[in-house]
Ligand binder design. Structure first.
Ligand code: HAM
Length: 440
């Protein structure tokens, strides 16, 4: 047991080798599907400016108020203050990636590229100081896709299709449902908020203290309250969807119609508002039909037409979503989904003795260059032990090189399945291996 003071911080987790099969399956599906649709990969820094997230996610949200990890240099007596420290950059570990993508779009001049710009990010760590529980971590990983520079509702559908295809590739669409809503735009949102606040004022004495605060700071989030006493009030509240402007309504209708055509199962959830303030119009979340709780949402996204302007760029409508790796992987395990195994080595070189050890490294390089997945295990001396290893990892071919083989340029080729072996001249190795390990 590691000493307590070295323990893993709460909400953090290592990704263990035995789980790689799941991580890889999701990652492969996400990468292949995104690239096939013409999205290109972007990677943004893990540490970023706190103000970026305050402005984009919103100062009244849980993420900004309670969940950001601050970052700074440790100071002690010997560590004098430097010019950098004096600048007092206010840095945090990123709690999400969309704001970074929007900022990058502006800063890297991506508005001059052919529009819309389609980007994705893969297995990127994200940090939120939440209360850890099943499915909720303080460091978790996201894949995401963003389309910047299009207000066409078909961009929303395209992203939902991409999300659905990724889930199809990992055999997870059964019993999955897309919760979807429209939360209005700059034109209709002020009116909608006004109506909701008016209604809440009339019932103010019955709502929970948090909702009393939300009435001022963030009226749409009133729909997100989980307090028992607020549920009946939410049910009676004016619905966002009934108060959308004509364009928002027509866009939303088109989206739902195409989802019908595509047979993507959805549930129009008029209370879905999401936890980040940058959203406009469409918002959506993907979850298992049987899991009601928030920490079971596997993916979420929506439109953020105002964000790029908010961050100092020209008005650029955009839409995107992110998938949470950990939750998808939990689901894959829960449903016992069988996935293709991660290909390990097909050849193991066993070396016995000094000269053989050096030559076996040369052989390893040669075979890797011929695209044979080849391993050797440094520091392992015993033949039996190494053969056992080949057996355990189901490596079909073992090449044995002892002192004798090292001197006379031969090698023993052992077929693990048949348990037979022969000594051959090393020059014949490519020909022999080609026979054993036919490449498709
Ligand atoms: P989000 O809903 O905050 O959206 O997070 C997206 C996904 O990340 C969630 O659906 C969930 O699977 C996963 N997730 C969130 N918090 C945790 C946690 N504490 N532990 C484990 N998994 C978690 C966003 O982050 C937006 N940037 C999505 C987006 C992209 N909107 C537009 N473009």
């Amino acid at each position: 047991m590691a000493e307590d003071k070295y323990r893993l911080p709460r909400g953090m987790h290592p990704i263990m080798p035995e789980d790689e099969i799941y991580w890889r399956a999701l990652e492969t599906a996400a990468r292949n599907r995104s690239e096939a649709m013409g999205f290109t990969r972007i990677t943004t820094p893990v540490v970023d400016n706190r103000a970026l997230f305050m402005r984009s996610i919103g100062t009244a949200t849980d993420i900004v108020q309670k969940e950001m990890f601050m970052v700074g240099r440790l100071k002690d007596a010997e560590n004098e203050e430097t010019a950098d420290d004096k600048e007092k950059e206010d840095l945090v570990l990123r709690p999400e990636i969309t704001a970074q993508v929007a900022r990058t779009y502006i800063q890297q001049g991506m508005q001059t590229l052919p529009q819309p710009v389609r980007l994705f990010y893969l297995r990127e760590p994200v940090f939120r100081y939440e209360r850890p529980q099943a499915g909720r971590y303080r460091q978790f990983f996201q894949y995401g896709a963003e389309i910047l520079g299009s207000d066409d509702p078909m961009a929303d559908v395209l992203l939902i299709t991409l999300l659905w295809q990724i889930f199809q590739d990992v055999y997870l669409t059964e019993k999955m449902i897309l919760e979807i809503n429209s939360i209005g735009c700059a034109t209709c949102r002020p009116q909608i908020k006004k109506k909701i606040v008016e209604y809440y004022k009339s019932v103010e004495e019955f709502v929970c203290p948090d909702c009393q605060k939300r009435m001022q700071a963030n009226p749409l989030r009133l729909f997100d309250c989980k307090e028992e006493r607020c549920q009946a009030i939410i049910n009676e509240a004016p619905q966002i969807i009934d108060n959308l402007c004509d364009t928002c309504q027509s866009n939303f209708r088109q989206i739902l119609e195409v989802l019908d055509d595509l047979n993507i199962p959805y549930n129009l959830n008029p209370k879905l508002v999401r936890g980040l303030d940058y959203y406009t119009r469409t918002v959506f979340e993907l979850r298992d039909e049987d899991d009601e709780q928030r920490q079971n949402v596997l993916a979420g996204g929506g439109r953020y037409d105002g964000l790029i302007k908010e961050l100092g760029g020209a008005f650029t409508p955009a839409v995107g979503f992110s998938i949470g790796y950990e939750r998808v992987i939990e689901k894959l395990k829960q449903r016992s989904i069988k996935l293709p195994s991660v290909p390990g080595p097909e050849i193991l070189i066993i070396q016995l003795g000094n000269k053989a050890q050096r030559q076996s490294l040369i052989l390893l390089t040669e075979l890797n260059q011929l695209n044979y997945r080849t391993a050797c295990i440094p520091g392992k001396e015993s033949l039996r032990g190494q053969l056992r290893m080949a057996d355990k990892y189901k490596i079909p071919i073992v090449l044995i090189m002892g002192q004798r083989e090292a001197y006379d340029d031969t090698v023993i080729v052992r077929d693990m399945k048949e348990g037979v072996q022969e000594t051959i001249d090393r020059k014949r190795l490519p020909e022999i291996l080609a026979k054993f390990l036919k490449k498709e």
